[in-house]
Design a protein around this ligand. Sequence first.
Ligand SMILES: [Zn+2]
Length: 233
Amino acid sequence: MLHYEHQLADGRIAHLRFSDVGDGDFAIADTLGQLDQNRRALCDYPWTWLHQVHGADVVHATQPGEGAASEADACVTAVEKSVVAVQTADCVPVLFVGSAGMVAAAHAGWRGAVAGVLPATVELMRNHGGGDLVAVIGPAIGPECYEFGEADLAAAEASLGSVVRSTTSQGSLGLDLVAGVSAQLADLDVETVVIERCTACDPGYNSHRARGDKGRQVAAAWIDDSSLGHPSP
Ligand SMILES: [Zn+2]
């Protein structure tokens, strides 16, 4: 698990977590029947979690856990002690903090990124007075492992820019989705931190592409007033 804390303008703490396989499976299929337990072990506040569909819909939770099980790819809350979360295995998880007291979690696969899930998340946060935004890009598949066809690559490039065009370690066409997401956030004037970790290279993460893993890691954020002493992202 990667733990980060970000202090808000009023002194409260935004907590950011990126799980790994050692923290259990967060796939909503819940084949082991341990999902609730895994969530409670990570954070024992109500969770807003999503049925992710690679779109651009954003849920705004105005009470703890509101909107859980919605079909959407991002969730935002300004409510204390309320978790917002997305689950991934290769797709890009992005956690946001708004300095005025807001957190968000977004699931950006290439289709969702092209559909605009990140601009939609940023717009919702800004429309609700989120303050200065910081985004943290968590573990995701790297271009060296992400072989991509020319037609899809051209579509991604048209939306996310030429930074997405890359090469795999095997020398074939590759997609650099993290670079595309970073460029999109830069265009939105969001300060962005990238955690350079490839879910396909690192067996400590679920990878749909590299290993056909059915499990998912989770990216989760919440606000409360207790610092546990974790570093800033
Ligand atoms: Zn890799």
